[in-house]
Write a protein that binds this ligand. Structure first.
Ligand SMILES: Nc1ncnc2c1ncn2[C@@H]1O[C@H](COP(=O)(O)OP(=O)(O)O)[C@@H](O)[C@H]1O
Ligand SMILES: [Mg+2]
Length: 259
């Protein structure tokens, strides 16, 4: 049904071929992903939407190799994740994936600059001159230059999320996954963070997959996909917040009909 050959031709950063994921067994089994096929292209900023429990976080975890699919083929940066063991997946993830979470997930005892350097440290990789220039550029663009020695607790939520974005972008990963990155931010900080992700995709060709239930957040993306009951029920190009709200109403209707 799928083969490594069939995807190695395309520049997709993430490919799912008939991917299903269940939790639990027998009568307690929950199907979190149901026969998903998708390709996320290089440089694309994708918003993944859907009601609570529709499979958004599971999608992200499986795509990033944090969790196994039950069946199907998952390809990350051309590598068949479904054939790799945990160690190989961890190495692949460190090289290719950046994460941004709703709760920022910064290390409280480290300074801003130490948090940004963390992915390099975890990979046992000393920062080259060229990489340091890129980090300095990010720190400047993200408006963190005056804060590099601060600890996360000394920063506002919006500033902390900008540090998390700098940390995710610093190793130039093949893809950044962001799970509700603006969920804990006020309107103004949210739009700053979304604008930063938008320009990372436009200016640096950074591939981004963002989980969000907010139509305004998703209106910054190049592509809007909707999950309902673990199925991919909509896949569109750039939409306005109003169009996205309408799309979500339709998707929730579809979910009700299949329940
Ligand atoms: N670790 C888990 N164990 C059992 N069920 C889970 C687990 N994680 C998620 N689920 C179930 O899988 C479905 C999809 O969950 P999730 O991917 O977290 O959805 P979303 O992020 O869209 O809210 C839900 O029915 C949820 O209850
Ligand atoms: Mg979730």
């Amino acid at each position: 049904m799928f083969s490594i050959e069939s995807t190695s031709m395309s520049p997709a950063v993430v490919s799912f071929r008939q991917v299903s994921k269940s939790y639990g067994f027998g009568s307690a089994a929950v199907t979190a992903l149901d026969s998903i096929d998708i390709d996320v292209q290089q440089g694309e900023f994708t918003a993944i939407m859907g009601p609570s429990g529709s499979g958004k976080s599971t999608f992200m975890h499986v795509a990033a190799g944090l969790d196994d699919a039950t069946s199907g083929g998952v390809f990350l940066a051309g590598a068949p994740l479904h054939t790799l063991d945990d160690t190989a997946r961890t190495i692949l993830r460190r090289r290719n994936v950046g994460f941004v979470f709703q709760s920022f997930n910064l290390v409280p005892t480290l300074s801003v600059v130490e948090n940004i350097a963390l992915p390099f440290q975890l990979a046992g990789h000393s920062i080259t001159v060229e990489e340091q220039r890129w980090i300095d550029h990010l720190v400047h663009v993200l408006g963190l230059a005056a804060r590099i020695t601060h600890r996360p607790a000394e920063l506002s939520g919006g500033q902390q999320q900008r540090v998390a974005i700098a940390r995710a972008l610093a190793p130039r990963p093949a893809i950044v996954f962001a799970d509700e990155p603006t969920g804990n931010l006020d309107t103004r900080s949210s739009s700053e963070v979304l604008q930063l992700m938008r320009s990372a995709a436009t200016e640096y060709g950074q591939t981004i997959a963002m989980v969000s239930h907010d139509p305004i957040a998703a209106s910054y993306a190049d592509r809007v996909v909707v999950l309902a009951d673990g199925r991919l029920v909509a896949d569109h190009g750039r939409l306005t917040a109003q169009q996205i709200s309408q799309l979500l109403l339709t998707a929730e209707g579809a979910e009700g009909a299949s329940a």
